[in-house]
Design a protein around this ligand. Structure first.
Ligand code: 5MM
Length: 343
């Protein structure tokens, strides 16, 4: 018998584990490879993902699910093993990014709308056949003095809800990702503004999810943390970030949602881990709260690997270290001392 949406969702957010967002589209992975002077090809992308997914301890102990890009879900390792099987053999769940990216929204300067709904039902059925048990759709919301507008927030929330409903009808758990950007149009906003915008965006997203009859018990929310804009110059403690983020969730996220998994959004590796840990130190949270990091899980691994076969073990060690630190953060037990000691 196939697992229920609720079972899959619960498995994605078990303590000590979180989600690896390895769904960089071709343009994004090229940017990452540029930093190590590696040409992005079908083979180099495959080698990189194989390095991550075959990191046995990291994957088995700390990665509950992996978000893949269309190319990756169809690829096999050098020895012919499908990458999806590598993930499953580690006890992790394969997932798939199904949005087609964010494009400028007509009539809304500075804002974007995420595309990809046409034919989505059929694509989801195919991805399920390829092994995907959950999916992801990201909406990007920029902050400026006048943004976001109600129109763009609503349009993105509506698309997220249509996507989520389609996923559930295909037996796939939707990860709903409304990212309020820390480095958007101006990025000079303070943490208070990020808090207010995130709360309003989540309110509208849940309103649309309910309106379109999405089963809130069979989804995962992937939000941003409440942090100041990247160029604001504001310095805040992990504890303040944690308190403001949790306050937003209490105001906007129904307790029937089985779990929350953060994006890292351009924070440094250690900041993202420290903030996640501070959030999980808050008592009485009604949701399991974990990570669904892309950059904050991979940045060190990619540098240590450097695109060279002889550095696979070094890349996997760097990946394991971040996985272990974030695993501790899921139970509020990360400390700077553990970070330094393990490094
Ligand atoms: C890994 O990056 C994902 C894909 O980005 P593009 O479609 O732009 O190539 C991205 O959606 C990611 O899953 C989330 O934003 C979280 O990643 P970060 O790096 O913010 O933790």
């Amino acid at each position: 018998m196939s697992e229920s949406l609720q079972d899959i969702a619960r498995r994605l957010v078990v303590p000590h584990k979180g989600i690896l967002a390895a769904d960089e589209s071709s343009g994004t992975i090229k940017k990452r490879f540029d930093t190590i002077n590696l040409t992005s090809t079908v083979e180099s992308r495959r080698d990189y993902r194989e390095m991550l997914f075959s990191a046995k301890k990291a994957m088995h102990d700390h990665i509950s699910g992996v978000i893949l890009f269309d190319e990756t879900i169809r690829q096999s390792a050098k020895d012919g093993t499908p990458l999806v099987k590598l993930i499953e053999d580690a006890g992790s769940i394969p997932g798939i990014k199904v949005d087609a990216g964010a494009i400028p929204m007509v009539g809304f300067p500075g804002e974007t709308i995420t595309e990809g709904l046409d034919g989505l039902g059929k694509r989801l059925a195919e991805y399920r056949g390829l092994g995907a048990r959950f999916a992801k759709w990201r909406a990007a919301i920029a902050i400026s003095k006048v943004l976001p507008t109600a129109g763009a927030t609503y349009a993105n929330a509506h698309a997220l809800a249509r996507y989520a409903a389609l996923c559930q009808s295909e037996g796939i758990v939707p990860i709903v990702e409304p990212e309020v950007l820390m480095d958007g149009v101006e990025a000079t906003h303070d943490i208070e503004r990020c808090q207010a915008v995130t709360q309003e965006v989540l309110r509208v997203v849940f309103e649309e999810l309910v309106r379109l009859r999405v089963d809130l018990t069979g989804m995962i929310l992937k939000p941003n943390m409440v942090v100041p804009g990247k160029d604001s110059g504001q310095v805040v403690s992990a504890q303040e970030i944690a308190e403001r983020t949790v306050a937003v969730f209490h105001a906007s996220v129904p307790t029937t949602v089985p779990g929350i998994a953060f994006l890292s959004g351009g924070q440094s590796d250690e900041e993202a881990t420290a903030n996640l840990s501070a959030i999980n130190q808050i008592k009485g949270l009604p949701w399991p709260i974990t990570f669904s990091f892309g950059r904050a899980l991979q940045a060190a691994a990619i540098q240590a690997w450097g695109g060279k076969a002889e550095n696979v073990a070094a890349g996997q060690r760097a990946f394991l270290h971040r996985c272990e630190m974030n695993g501790l953060a899921t139970v509020g037990e990360w400390t700077d001392a553990k970070e330094k000691q393990a490094a």
